[in-house]
Design a protein around this ligand. Structure first.
Ligand SMILES: [Fe+2]
Length: 144
């Protein structure tokens, strides 16, 4: 979606991840950090070639350039925060699909911690297309 960029709504209530992540912490990271990155980005891109780009294009077009570093930082942080919120799910847990579990075990050695039923919050990326991004990490393959 091109700018002006919007603060996307959280996929759950701010207190939905308690007691793992408090509503106060969510208020800080969503209501302050994320909202500020979106506001700063809109201020920085107003009247520039970045103003009508989708967020991902702003990131790609601004990376590695001192003149666009502030735009990149705010765009990337806005994207990172939105991505992270969609990776969390309240009252969840369990094993990821076998191919992803194997890739995590082989690549990161996280087998004992991969499943965290006691937390009630888990990465919800397993069923998302974004999970394919993990496959782009060197040494991670899902085709075995
Ligand atoms: Fe944050």
């Amino acid at each position: 979606m091109p700018g002006p960029f919007q603060l996307p709504p959280l996929p759950w209530a701010e207190n939905a991840l308690e007691p793992v992540i408090s509503a106060r912490t969510m208020g800080l990271h969503y209501g302050k950090h994320h909202a500020t990155y979106v506001k700063n980005l809109n201020d920085l891109v107003a009247g520039t070639r970045f103003a009508d780009m989708p967020l991902e294009h702003v990131i790609a077009a601004s990376v590695g350039n001192d003149e666009t570093r502030k735009i990149f930082n705010n765009a990337a942080q806005a994207w990172n925060h939105a991505f992270f919120w969609n990776c969390l799910k309240p009252r969840s847990g369990g094993e990821p699909p076998r191919a992803i579990a194997r890739a995590i075990d082989e690549s990161f050695g996280l087998k004992p911690d991969r499943k965290s039923p006691g937390l009630g919050v888990t990465l919800g990326i397993w069923k998302r297309p974004d999970a394919a991004l993990l496959g782009r990490r060197p040494g991670v393959r899902f085709d075995r």
